[in-house]
Design a protein around this ligand. Structure first.
Ligand SMILES: [Cu+2]
Length: 118
């Protein structure tokens, strides 16, 4: 019976340390994750589930011809925005890394496609 106590205490501690929105996860993006857009977007917007720490949050976008993002993203609250060069039709790979205000780092990637119109 003595060994059961520490285990249940640990479970309670884990549950308490893990509230519903513990980290900044990607909530939605524009262009949307996995989508095909008919015309080339001029910017990429990522919205997270938590506010971001601007200095350590980054995003890169690369496509058939290499990197197409215009460098440092603008970050405001839970939103990260980066300008895009003129995109030709093809598949684009987005890689983001976010430091949330609670100092946890998350990262992820997804693709979207710019249609050729034919
Ligand atoms: Cu967190």
């Amino acid at each position: 019976m003595r060994t059961l106590l520490p285990v249940s205490a640990l479970l309670v501690a884990l549950a308490a340390a893990n509230p519903a929105q513990a980290h900044a996860f990607l909530d939605h993006a524009n262009p949307r994750v996995g989508s095909t857009v008919p015309t080339a977007p001029r910017e990429l917007t990522l919205s997270f589930t938590q506010n971001l720490e601007p200095s350590f949050s980054t995003v890169t976008v690369s496509g058939p011809g290499g990197r197409v993002d215009q460098g440092k993203p603008q970050i405001s609250g839970n939103t990260m925005r980066v300008g895009l060069k003129a995109l030709s039709p093809g598949t684009y790979h987005v890689r983001w890394r976010a430091l949330s205000v609670d100092t946890h780092t998350t990262q992820g990637s997804f693709t979207f496609k710019v249609g050729g119109g034919t």
